[in-house]
Design a protein around this ligand. Sequence first.
Ligand code: MCA
Ligand code: AMP
Length: 492
Amino acid sequence: MNEQAFPSITQGNNKVALYDASGSYTYDQINSRIDIFAKGLIGVEQDLREERVAFLIGASLDYVTALHGVWRAGGIAVPLNVSSSTIELDHYLRNAGVTRMVAPAENHGKLSKLCSKLNVSLLTVDDVLSQPGSALPNFSSKRSAMILFTSGTTNKPKGVVITHKAIRAQILTLLDAWRWSDKDVIPLFLPLHHIHGIINVLSCALWSGATVHLLPKLDMNTICSKVIEDSYSVFMAVPTIYVKLIDHLAALNSSQAQAICDGFRRMRLNVSGSAACPVNVFDKWQGLTGQILLERYGMTEVGMGISNPYEGKRRAGYVGQPLPGVTVQLFDEEDNRVTHESVPGEIRMQGDNLFKEYWNNPRATEEAFKDGWFCSGDIAVIEDGYLRIMGRSSIDIIKSGGYKLSALEIEGVLLTHEAISEAAVIGVADDTWGEAVAAFLCLRPGTQLDYSELKDWCSNRMSAYKIPKQIKILDSLPRNAMGKVTKPSLKL
Ligand code: MCA
Ligand code: AMP
């Protein structure tokens, strides 16, 4: 096996690597379980040769076994959102050409019809562990390792292909920049189908020999009681979670709240990212806990690109400077380099951390790069050496609670409702979610639609966090002379 090829987990170590709902597991235990799983996947072959193996597993030892098992076996891991609708899963499995899917036995009932339709074999982790297998393969770090789905300016999410080399670069820069060590302990309550949970928390911790507390979801009481006990040294979350923590603290009596704030105060690092952290949230968090949030900027296609410093001034409302190994350049609308401070431009990036391609979509891949630069679609300025994100070039991308959502994807689903003749979706400013999904709808003659009915209807067709939080029924959508909906003019 090529030690350098895949993201490593500390070896030969009897220390606890993971806690999940069923117990605790040392590095030695998880390493040997992953090897058995990887060999079981390979079976009589010698190498998975980039076979796409999907898994739909919550935060647990089984998740880590499947992720690293596919990596060690030379396959492409496709971690899927555990709250996906069947329609979404159909797209992911088809688009990535998945051949095997690993999920807990209790979910096989609802997955079996889809898997048999798509000719995907449905397995449990135990099924794979019980398969005989022999050696693990050697392969180059240029091999593709993972496909993560990201919503964008297309109707359906695209599969972002990330190589072992890129994953390694993404991890190594963070280990150094944020001073990871084997003494760290971190809770992981973020979804495990995105970079934030997979790389920033899980992979960085396991590479460092640190300990991860895997939680199936964000549970304020559990997290706060652990914080009081000084269980964690590092905390990583999206801004919405800091907003929810601030609200949670406000609802407690003052001595309970103080104990939790003091617990956060004793940690070495609190990080915020995946969406803009409002300055008032940054200030309130500092006021409550003394922690100066380290805000950073990333993307599924890039991993982390820009970060405030670990040592040195962390500025509210700014994402900081390029991380080592990532080259960042702002470009204006004519594709000229922006060379002066305070002049806005699109963030474009280069580096070993970048994704390889959009799966099976050469056109989208080509469109994402200009002259060798990956074009993020995010507009920023540099002020006193710090980058500040000003917005996005597309109104059709919405960031809600850290999830990137495509207005076009949501509109596409809404338009399949028999009462809806036209739909326009936008993100509206929201104190908790950053942006909340709002839908403007026109109805077919003689039909009616109320919000709760639509919400129920959506719940079988899209992940819950994509469901519009508000709707407004209009006689017609505002359009320009070309017939294009003028979304900026839409108001609730
Ligand atoms: C939950 N709900 C949401 C969201 N999450 N609505 C809008 N946006 C959301 N993000 C809704 C549910 O549909 C439900 O609605 C209600 O809130 C309660 O759901 P629940 O699951 O209990 O909520 P929660 O556990 O409090 O979840 C909030 C959350 C979660 C923890 C903030 O959204 C989350 O984990 N977000 C992080 C996403 C993330 O990791 N993104 C990173 C991708 P109802 O009550 O009406 O049924 S970005 C990335 O990876 C890049 C590289 C980067 O820079 O990091
Ligand atoms: P995703 O595709 O889910 O990885 O989301 C990436 C997008 O999240 C970026 O293109 C930004 O628009 C946004 N993002 C991530 N971190 C930040 C941040 N700290 N401030 C503002 N936007 C952010």
